[in-house]
Ligand binder design. Structure first.
Ligand code: NAP
Ligand code: MG
Length: 462
């Protein structure tokens, strides 16, 4: 991962951005080189001290203005997301709105970034939350806009400069956000976007001594290599990685509601969601009943043209991702439920529900496509055992009418984000992150800014 490209395999100097619904070329974007990264780090270092020194109210006001400018361009940003990521337009509007809300929420934290006064003998003890300096945000293609903002907005609010590396496949909304930041009056150099390859631009950010922290969202494999590389400089790191989250349906649940909600939990964003509830665990007593109800619900989740308002699910991001997803759906064991998808151009893949044993590859690995595996369980103990039999621990849902069971399960399932009788797990004002190999640290929520500061303790003898 640390190696620079050899002359035999030169890094591309630009990236082709395709519309995944049509395969048409949208743009070619220059690929940042390690030299570009170095120049950007220098610009960030020049801009950051004045930003950190601004009166808190002024820094907050500039971020609120950035939020307003994003809001004024909401439809444009949403349409760009539809074109480059294939997200249904309704989802893309929510995503652009999420960027606005994150900036607003982070702006509200600037004046609240308080320290402590701690009683000591012989003087006064106070703490400060100092900015780190320059933060790198390495974003994936599955939610290009929100995930870019999850890292960038609180990092900026806490007084840092931000260098954002979007995924090669989805750089366009990030590049537009950088323009909007300047239009809103953020200083030059403070928020820069560096499109390019992860192995080149991403690795250069991770290795650069001028970058104090890396916020990475993406695959667990790359996350581990970034964590290892950060260790070299004891660089701060936040990781949001993969998941294989359970949707646990008990016999005492409202089955109609559980079945109606299940498709969205693994088909939203065509399953390219780290929180996807891709393991549906159903109590054996109601297994057949649940499957009978799930089938029409899956068919009602329409897959098609993402520009149309009624579409629930668009294409996958790329041909490579579709091949990856396909590899989990082997011919020898047919799917229990199969939706439909458009034919022809575009990286389409239909909703697929598999009945597999818990050791099957499709039940163990993160598929990152519209594929769920259903597994029966006996009792509560069995449900906990199955739910936790994974190196991941990001999200999960529990469906039951028994409040005590809901609480017992919520404590027993080892995951960072659980929902009871719901699949909602992401709000900009509640903490988000993974247990085990799903990540390290938390984003969003009331403590989001603190993750972009160092606590400094000062004792004044008096
Ligand atoms: P990935 O390689 O982990 O990419 C995530 C981001 O990291 C991209 O911006 C990527 O750049 C960058 N990157 C890649 N290698 C890097 C390196 N050595 N140093 C620094 N940055 C680096 O994910 P992917 O290849 O796009 O997707 C592969 C699989 O990962 C998916 O099928 C899915 O299972 C999982 N995934 C999970 C999430 C999640 O939210 N949990 C998100 C995305 C993917 P490039 O664009 O150049 O690759
Ligand atoms: Mg990759």
């Amino acid at each position: 991962m640390r190696t620079q490209p050899t002359p035999a395999h030169p890094a591309p100097t630009e990236h082709r951005v395709l519309n995944p619904a049509t395969e048409e070329l949208l743009a070619t974007v220059p690929a940042s080189t390690p030299q570009d990264v170095d120049a950007a780090v220098r610009r960030a270092a020049a801009a950051q001290p004045a930003w950190a020194a601004l009166p808190p109210g002024d820094r907050a006001r500039l971020l609120r203005r950035f939020a307003t400018v994003v809001d004024e361009h909401l439809e444009e940003l949403a349409r760009l997301e539809v074109r480059e990521a294939g997200h249904p337009v309704s989802a893309a509007r929510w995503e652009a709105g999420n960027v606005r809300d994150l900036l607003d929420y982070a702006a509200g934290g600037v004046e609240r970034l308080t320290g402590h006064q701690i009683p000591v003998a012989g003087g006064v003890n106070i703490t400060f939350q100092e900015p780190l300096g320059t933060v790198a945000v390495i974003a994936p293609w599955n939610f290009p806009m929100p995930i870019a903002a999850w890292g960038s907005a609180p990092a900026l609010a806490a007084g840092n400069a931000v260098l954002l590396k979007p995924a090669e496949t989805t750089p366009l909304t990030a590049l537009r956000l950088a323009e909007l930041a300047l239009a809103a009056g953020l200083p030059e150099g403070l928020f820069q976007v560096l499109p390019g390859a992860g192995s080149v631009a991403g690795a250069a950010l991770v290795d650069h001594p001028g970058v104090a922290k890396v916020v990475f969202t993406g695959s667990t494999a790359v996350g581990k290599s970034i964590m290892a590389a950060c260790a070299e400089q004891v660089k701060r790191v936040t990781l949001e990685l993969g998941g294989k989250s359970p949707n646990i349906v008990f016999a005492d649940a409202d089955l109609a509601q559980a079945a109606a909600a299940a498709p969205g939990s693994f088909l939203d964003n065509a399953g390219q969601d780290c929180c996807a509830r891709s393991r549906i665990l159903v109590q054996a007593d109601v297994y057949d009943d649940f499957m009978a109800r799930l089938e029409p619900a899956v068919h009602a989740f329409t897959c098609g043209d993402p520009t149309e308002a009624g579409t629930s699910m668009g294409p996958l991001i790329s041909a490579a991702q579709r091949e990856r997803v396909r590899s989990y759906v082997t011919e020898d064991a047919p799917a229990a439920i199969r939706g439909t998808a458009p034919q022809g151009k575009g990286f389409w893949y239909p909703a697929t529900v598999l009945e597999r044993d818990p050791q099957d590859r499709a039940a163990v690995e993160e598929v990152f496509g519209p594929v769920a595996v259903v597994v029966p369980f006996r009792d509560e103990e069995d449900a906990v055992r199955l739910a936790n039999a994974t190196p991941y621990g990001l999200s999960g849902s529990i469906w039951t009418r028994d409040v005590s069971r809901a609480l017992r399960m919520s404590r027993a399932v080892a995951a960072g984000n659980l929902s009871v009788n719901s699949h909602a797990s992401v709000r900009y004002w509640t903490p988000f992150g993974g247990f085990k190999q799903s990540g390290l640290g938390r984003e969003l929520g009331p403590d989001a800014l603190a993750a972009f500061t160092e606590t400094k303790n000062v004792f004044l003898s008096a």
